[in-house]
Design a protein around this ligand. Structure first.
Ligand SMILES: Cc1ncc(COP(=O)(O)O)c(C=O)c1O
Length: 438
């Protein structure tokens, strides 16, 4: 059992206080009684001990009998570190009961299509997604324009190949921006060029004078966090029309805005030029590998060909389950719940930073991460290294290759994924971060 192994190996040090049974049960999606039973068992075996006023802590005797081990940094030991990497939701909040209920309903239905399915996705999910993104993001989506993919990354890989087949040779991504997307586009044999990010987001005046695939994060620039300014939205669409380019609107966290209604999608400005893209990686969990595209007519055939060529498909039971969750309102309920939790975390982060005179989070109150300017590249590297030594996993603009061409004079910043820790781990994670920045 994982908890016993963690105590035996010393990964959980003597005296470590365990989370309460109620919050641990909620995080793990287990009945509280199950967690209580496990704790009782480990107390009986001597691995844990109940301490009045402190709850349950790791027993000293347990590690005294463990094999001596070399002193290692907590992150090198794996598992015991505090994870503040961006791009992740709190996966312990995954709506297990709702998902399991939907799977049961899907399997009980006599019509569950278990034969080969259309590569573009099941009609019921395409319709449910079209309805959902029209309602929540203002996207213009007919069900037949929706294509279901195994998340955004796969969608981008397929789009890259599709535009290449149509003769496009360039892609443009934000600078700074998510490095993985550059790799995926390069693997599709596109030349990837930087699009500088200014105060209004990506700068359309730097777009090339020829057709290209421009990948942007208009609702909440990743990682800086500002929405794309209205004049830049118009500028990007005008460029796409003039040069025959296509824009990918990566709406990776568009459902998470905390201070007002989210800015609507830019796709309705020109559904013939803008591909709207979303996924459940931030709302449910990245491991689900389900996403969607709303594809302009001019790209549909080429995209389908690429999908058929690699037999791209999302398992039908998962598609039907998500359609069920969307149709019953369970998806919306879950998003509302986690949105509130992340909003509180973001506020707490801002308040704690203000209290120590620390960096002010950049961008708007939205999403699952906050960018904290920390001065130079060297200062950023020092902080990431200090985090590594004390078991706090951090990402930065330089250390995580957000810059297309890193240079010492480019600003340094931490990109803090405040949604990543489980509920019980959030406060210790915040304390550890504040200690590092103090
Ligand atoms: C900017 C950005 N877009 C999209 C995604 C989602 O990718 P996927 O749907 O493949 O998990 C991520 C995930 O980290 C991201 O950071």
């Amino acid at each position: 059992m994982a908890l016993r192994d963690a105590v035996r190996s010393g990964r959980l040090a003597p005296g470590t206080r365990l989370p309460g049974t109620r919050s641990l049960a909620a995080d793990l999606g287990l009945a509280r009684g199950t967690v209580v039973q496990v704790f009782d068992q480990l107390v009986a075996e001597g691995w844990l001990v109940g301490v009045a006023g402190s709850g349950t802590v790791v027993n000293d005797v347990a590690t005294a009998t463990a094999r001596p081990r070399a002193k290692r940094s907590p992150s090198a030991s794996g598992g015991s570190c505090i994870d503040l990497r961006p791009g992740r939701p709190d996966v312990s909040a995954f709506p297990r009961a709702a998902w399991a209920g939907a799977v049961r309903r899907v399997l009980a239905g006599s019509s569950a299509p278990l034969d080969y399915v259309d590569t573009a996705g099941l009609p019921v999910l395409r319709a449910a997604v079209a309805d959902h993104i029209a309602r929540t993001r203002g996207v213009q989506a007919a069900p037949e324009s929706v294509v279901v993919t195994a998340g955004f990354t796969q969608a981008l890989a397929l789009l890259g190949r599709a535009v290449h087949a149509l003769g496009v040779r360039d892609a443009v991504t934000e600078d700074p921006g998510f490095a993985r997307h550059r790799q995926v586009l390069q693997a599709a044999r596109l030349h990837v060029r930087p699009l500088p990010v200014g105060p209004g987001g990506a700068d359309p005046s730097a777009l090339p004078d020829r057709p290209a695939l421009a990948v942007l994060t208009p609702a909440h620039q990743h990682p800086y966090g500002m929405p794309l300014a209205p004049e830049h939205r118009a500028g990007v669409v005008a460029w796409a029309r003039r040069c025959g380019g296509f824009v990918v609107e990566d709406d990776y966290d568009g459902e998470f805005r905390y201070d007002r209604q989210p800015v609507g999608a830019m796709q309705p400005l020109d559904p013939d030029r803008v591909v709207f893209a979303g996924s459940v990686s931030k709302t449910l969990a990245p491991a689900m590998r389900i996403g969607w595209l709303v594809v302009p007519q001019a790209l549909r055939a080429a995209l389908r060909e690429e999908m058929v060529a690699v037999a791209a498909a999302v398992p039908a039971v998962d598609q039907l389950t998500l359609a069920d969750l969307l149709g019953r309102g369970d998806y919306d309920r879950h998003v509302r719940r986690v949105r509130l939790a992340y909003r509180r975390r973001r506020e707490e982060l801002g308040n704690r930073l203000a209290a120590i005179g620390g960096p002010v989070p950049a961008g708007v109150a939205a999403g699952l991460h906050a960018l904290l300017p920390v001065g130079s590249a060297a200062q950023e590297r020092d902080l990431v290294a200090a985090g590594e030594r004390s078991g706090v996993r951090l990402h930065g603009l330089h250390t995580s290759r957000y810059w297309h061409r890193p240079a010492p004079e480019r600003p340094g910043a931490l990109v803090i994924g405040y949604a990543t820790p489980a509920a019980h781990a959030w406060r210790p994670a915040l304390d550890a971060l504040i200690e590092l920045l103090r």
